[in-house]
Design a protein around this ligand. Structure first.
Ligand SMILES: [Zn+2]
Length: 271
């Protein structure tokens, strides 16, 4: 019985640190352990199963958190949008600078033609007429350039406004996302901690089970959605709910070897 007491003590030291409300199986398990002196060999298997189910549930929760860690679709979209708007603004600025340079050079040209035209050095009417036509053409070109420049500046303003809105939205979403990620990471850490405790508890429980029983248990667990042991209540198998022969229930209650349900093959545990 020495090892049985050790098992009970180890369980008792582990279980109270776990959040009872969330994992009600611990409560039931604690109840089982407190009745340690009267425990049937199958009760150990049943207790082991409770631990394994809790471990399964924790691993599932950790996997769910892992799926939520990382950038969300919304965040990626907003970042892409901001990046695209910034790029567009850069393009507009660069086009604007080019047009401004073009405008300056055109204005210089116009000044040159005007100087020639009104300088008094050229008197030939034909030549003067030609210069006048050049001047008109250049001024028309300048006016077109100025229109293009204005269009660019208007779009630039609109893009700047859009960028400010997008950045504001991104910042809000980013803050909420970061908070959420921190919460998830903290929760994951707690779950990992609980998992480590349960795994230690499982090691202690496994040590109480005879190896052939354990391999039968593991095989059934793999085939029966994690539930290898079924409680017998009012003569019914807790796994498949079939009515069990009285003699089978009797053997399960008094025997020290596993007795399996004739229908679902689960190991029967009569509490
Ligand atoms: Zn059954």
């Amino acid at each position: 019985m020495g090892n049985v007491i050790t098992h009970g003590a180890a369980t008792a030291s582990v279980v109270p640190s776990l959040p009872m409300a969330r994992y009600s199986v611990y409560n039931r398990h604690a109840t089982l352990s407190s009745a340690v002196a009267a425990m049937h060999p199958m009760a150990y298997l049943y207790a082991l199963q409770e631990t394994d189910l809790a471990i399964d549930s924790l691993r599932q929760q950790i996997a769910q958190i892992d799926a939520q860690l990382g950038e969300t679709e919304e965040l990626i979209q907003l970042k892409t949008q901001v990046e695209a708007t910034r790029k567009r603004i850069q393009q507009l600025h660069s086009q604007q600078r080019d047009l401004e340079l073009e405008t300056l050079s055109l204005q210089d040209k116009i000044k040159g033609v005007e100087n020639k035209l009104y300088g008094g050095e050229i008197t030939n009417p034909k030549e003067l007429q030609g210069l006048l036509e050049d001047l008109q053409a250049l001024k028309k070109q300048l006016s077109l350039l100025e229109d293009r420049l204005l269009t660019l500046m208007i779009e630039g303003d609109e893009q700047e406004k859009a960028l400010r809105k997008q950045e504001e939205r991104l910042s809000q979403v980013l803050t909420a996302w970061q908070e959420e990620q921190e919460k998830l990471k903290a929760e994951r850490g707690q779950l990992e901690e609980q998992l480590r405790l349960l795994e230690a508890q499982r090691d202690a429980q496994v040590a109480q089970v005879a190896p052939p029983f354990l391999s039968l248990y593991e095989g059934l667990r793999a085939r029966r959605q994690g539930r290898a042991v079924a409680k017998v209540e009012r003569g019914l198998c807790g796994g498949c709910h079939i009515a069990l022969p009285v003699s089978l229930v009797q053997r399960a209650r008094t025997g020290s070897s596993p007795v399996q349900c004739s229908s679902c093959e689960r190991i029967l545990y009569v509490p």
